[in-house]
Design a protein around this ligand. Structure first.
Ligand SMILES: [Zn+2]
Length: 170
């Protein structure tokens, strides 16, 4: 089950639900607003997100940190290429390259890449204990598919599944 149908199954009211697109990209009007705040790293990229809004604050913290790292020593360009959920965890991929005329040394580059990896890792760890739907504290749940959810959303998902099973049996 993909995230959009998981949300619908759980009957969660989401202001941007009408914009959710089922498919490889999960671009909503809300997500586009988040992306627009970081033009430097979403520059000419049409990267959507397949993760729920509960994880966006963790992502934004890492975007801010990445922008800070890039600004500190000009010469490196970075694009966010993919943001997805896998086995209940956040996975987020970046692509970096030196700009033409960059004065960065190999040592600068590896130091920056390490700092960027740390910022990404921090977001991934934070998402690991954050409800993907609402952002409240959550943990990994196996409910047919694995999701990181708070107690409330976990209960709603379970209740909805039981309701559907009852309908199948009726
Ligand atoms: Zn929740």
């Amino acid at each position: 089950m993909n995230f959009t149908s998981a949300i619908q199954a759980a009957q969660i009211t989401c202001s941007s639900q009408a914009d959710h697109v089922v498919g490889c990209e999960y671009i909503s009007a809300e997500w586009l607003k988040v992306r627009a705040r970081y033009p430097q790293i979403f520059n000419d990229s049409d990267c959507g997100t397949e993760v729920g809004p509960g994880w966006w604050p963790a992502l934004e913290t890492s975007f801010q940190e990445i922008v800070r790292i890039l600004d500190e020593k000009p010469g490196l360009e970075l694009s966010i290429v993919q943001i997805k959920e896998k086995f209940g965890g956040l996975r987020f991929y970046t692509d970096t390259h030196q700009t033409i005329g960059s004065k960065l040394t190999d040592a600068d580059m590896s130091e920056m890449r390490r700092a960027i990896d740390a910022a990404v890792g921090q977001a991934e760890r934070r998402a690991g204990h954050t409800c993907e739907i609402c952002g409240e504290p959550g943990k990994s749940r196996a409910t047919g598919w694995i999701k990181t959810l708070c107690d409330t959303h976990h209960e709603r998902v379970i209740a909805q599944q039981q309701e559907r099973e009852a309908q199948w049996r009726a």
